[in-house]
Structure formats: structure tokens, C-alpha cells
Design a protein around this ligand. Structure first.
Ligand code: AP5
Length: 182
């Protein structure tokens, strides 16, 4: 199975849910920039305080900040990894490339989880994280559409992109992902 992976998809598509399952099964490092930022917020670090304001508006935290978090985790990494929620825009994707070249670990596949916006909003409202209220969710969807969707063409042109349908039961989505990574 391919083991250097990116998960792309709108908020609530199931990236985190599926990433946890796949990483547990295959002993991959699950690197979620959202989770890393939320731990900084919980610990009340300077970085966390800066990030919290931005996250609660549904905007993207600065590229430098997330890139430094990812770089720390990937450098010296010997096992496979799954980047969940990163990169989030073209500048992040372009900064990731030299880092991966330096460590000789190119991306092997990008999984795009697609799903209808109304289902996403319902899912996120019932989860109820700090950034899961209707206005912020709508803004996260807009940010996804404007800043993250260009990555679909970017990875498609590199023949790395595999698309799975996220509006299915969790185990059905998981099955589609495993098939795509064979
Ligand atoms: P992040 O944590 O990455 O949030 P997100 O992309 O908005 O994604 P979510 O966690 O909301 O959704 P998910 O696709 O992981 O779905 P999940 O599995 O949780 O980012 C949060 C913020 O951090 C950003 O807005 C930004 O401010 C900042 N940030 C993060 N990365 C950044 C970066 N690279 N650059 C700059 N800023 C960054 O599922 C959602 C819900 O649905 C759960 O309740 C789950 O149980 C349920 N569910 C999942 N799958 C199914 C299913 N198949 N059927 C029914 N329910 C399901």
C-alpha cells in the first residue's frame, strides 16, 4: 500500500475520521495541522493564542506557522505519514515540495474526499467544536473553495489524485480509500 499520503476535502468530509483509522491499521504518522494547532490552543502557548483567533473565524493560520509545525514532525521521520488538512493552499503545497525532496520522501497519493455542502453543515453542527457554528462553517467552506480547491488540479496534473465519495457510511468510505491506495 502507498504510505506517503495527503488527504484533501472540505471541512467535515471525514478526513480526520478516515486518517485515524488508516494510520492505526498501517502504522503511519497521522499529521493533522488542525489537531496540532488545537493542542497549541489548549496549552495556551503564544502560537496557540495567535492561532485561536484565526481558527474561530474559520480563516487559515499563516503559512509560515503551519509549515514550521509540519517540518518539525516530518524531519527525521522514518515511517510512512499521512498529512491531514495540509497543504491547504498552493503556497503551502509549493513549500512542502522542497521539504519532501530534502528528506527524499515524495508524496505517493492524494485522496480527495468529496461531499455535498448541506451534509457537511449538518455533520459539523452536530459535532459542535469551537469552530462548528453555522457562520464559521460557511466561512470555512468558502475558504476551502477559494484557497484549497486549486490543489485538486495541482495534484491531478501530477497524477497523484484519487477521489472517493464521502457521503457513505464510515466503513464504506474506508473501503474506497484502501482500494484507491492499492
Ligand atoms: P481542521 O482541523 O483541518 O478542520 P477542517 O478541515 O475544517 O476539517 P474537520 O476536522 O472539520 O473535518 P474532517 O474532514 O477532518 O472531518 P471529521 O473526520 O472530523 O482545521 C481547523 C482550522 O485550523 C482551520 O479552519 C484553520 O483555521 C486551521 N488550519 C488547519 N490546518 C491548516 C493549514 N494547513 N493552514 C492554515 N490553517 C490551518 O468528521 C467531521 C464529523 O463528521 C465528525 O463528527 C465525524 O464523526 C463525522 N463523520 C465523519 N465521517 C462520517 C461519515 N462517513 N458518516 C457520518 N458522519 C461522519
Amino acid at each position: 500500500m502507498k504510505s506517503r499520503l495527503l488527504f484533501l476535502g472540505p471541512p467535515g468530509a471525514g478526513k480526520g475520521t478516515q486518517a485515524k483509522l488508516l494510520c492505526q491499521e498501517n502504522d503511519l504518522l497521522h499529521l493533522s495541522t488542525g489537531d496540532l494547532l488545537r493542542s497549541e490552543v489548549l496549552e495556551g502557548t503564544k502560537l496557540g493564542k495567535e492561532a485561536e483567533r484565526v481558527m474561530n473565524r474559520g480563516e487559515l493560520v499563516s503559512d509560515e506557522l503551519v509549515l514550521s509545525l509540519v517540518e518539525k514532525k516530518l524531519t527525521g521521520q522514518t515511517k510512512g505519514w499521512l498529512l491531514d488538512g495540509f497543504p491547504r493552499n498552493l503556497p503551502q503545497a509549493e513549500s512542502l515540495e522542497p521539504l519532501l525532496e530534502k528528506i527524499h520522501q515524495p508524496i505517493e497519493a492524494v485522496i480527495l474526499i468529496t461531499i455535498n455542502n448541506e451534509i457537511l453543515v449538518k455533520r459539523l453542527l452536530s459535532r459542535g467544536r469551537d469552530d462548528d457554528n453555522e457562520n464559521v462553517i460557511r466561512n470555512r467552506l468558502k475558504v476551502y473553495r477559494d484557497q484549497t480547491t486549486p490543489l485538486i488540479d495541482h495534484y491531478s496534473s501530477q497524477e497523484l489524485l484519487k477521489t472517493v465519495e464521502g457521503d457513505e457510511e464510515i466503513d464504506v468510505v474506508a473501503f474506497q480509500i484502501r482500494e484507491a491506495l492499492k
